[in-house]
Design a protein around this ligand. Sequence first.
Ligand code: SDX
Length: 429
Amino acid sequence: MSAKTAKLVIGSKEIELPIHSPTVGPDVIDIGQLYAKGDVFTYDPGFTSTAACDSTITFIDGEKGVLLHRGYPIEQLSSKSHFLEVCYLLLYGGLPNAVELDDFETRVTRHTMLHEQMLNFFRGFRRDAHPMAVMTGVVGAMSAFYHDSIDVNDPWQREVASIRLIAKMPTIAAMAFKYNTGQPFVYPRNDLDYASNFLRMCFAVPAEDYQVNPILSRAMDRIFTLHADHEQNASTSTVRLASSSGANPFACIAAGIACLWGPAHGGANQACLEMLEEIGTVDKIPEFIARAKDKNDPFRLMGFGHRVYKNFDPRAIVLKESADEVLELLGVESNSILQVAKKLEETALADDYFIEKKLFPNVDFYSGIILEAMGFPTSMFTPIFAVSRTIGWVSQWKEMVTDPKMKIGRPRQLYVGETKRDYVNIEDR
Ligand code: SDX
């Protein structure tokens, strides 16, 4: 069968462009030669119709609410797997057998401690520094401490950097939290699983023993699993673009953390809970719905809408179930925030504006409710998202730096500025 092509007519020119087909999803038109052949650029601010790379890691079908990690549906992974196994799947491409999983978990466990001198970085921040500012700084500084794993062309160094990042992010996030609270840092323990270790580093104090609640560690692990990777979202695209210059992995992941912090992206979970708290009671919901619909009001419903999902976010469905389960098991009586959230969702989903614009709860809508019930302040919501998304960033970074087709990312522009003009001396202005 002859290769598929697209014909583009520009003035008197007819340009033929190759079409590539995926294993699943839409075809893509390869425009790599468009400028050379047609002397034109494409124009797509926000990349609403642009594929920036090919990838084998995660597939999303926005219309059907499908999310696959290496082909496995997120619903099955969140109920049958656990976060470190999902990390292995994303990083290496397949589910591990028992020996492979045990080896991977042991390697991650043995890298959870930070270089002791790195603790000085935390002390350089104000006590009220946002934990995302601390994480951006400390992760970027890792390239100054782990010189033996910054050469992206060395497979062994890539592997060590990957394990270090997966292992140390919970420690860094927990230390940022402890620094905010004025409590002493709690070091990781090798006899705890990933989620339990993180909870203990966040909530244990030297004055008494801390027993991890298995219900909380299971909920924590599920939140990590649901946020692990999401195709070419803004922060992952940031990591890929930074990686394309050959920058070291720690610098690239620090760039991803900075991008995730934005309220339109990973910062939405914090913004969403603050919005629910501002709404306060269900009788205030109509007022906020009206504001979200008002073109003259910049207010948007945080936790609603998505660039890709146009019917539902499968992660939000799982998190909504978890929210009920965790709050009930924690004995959090009729959590008013949860009641507001459920009524807000019900109201918005019945409103023509949200139906027409295909806006519904995304992954950030329910995660904050669970995290708050678990005892985290809103400032820790996005750091927890960053801990989880590190495996997605690292897996996509590794896929890119090992791709023979990789070249530095360098978009062009539609220039609408001044044409050439001569300098005017100040006395003549
Ligand atoms: C994440 O990409 C990913 O995969 C991200 C993520 C991941 O796992 O990495 O899934 C994580 O970032 C989830 C999204 C979290 N952000 C929020 O919850 C913030 C609130 N949502 C919006 O900012 C918005 O919906 C976005 C940013 C999520 C998506 O924006 P788009 O795709 O660029 O859509 P848009 O801004 O062009 O909006 C389309 C229309 C607009 O109206 P019109 O100009 O067409 O009249 O819908 C309106 C918007 O005003 N709209 C909203 C709205 N979101 C969009 N109106 C009210 N409330 C909202 N939340």
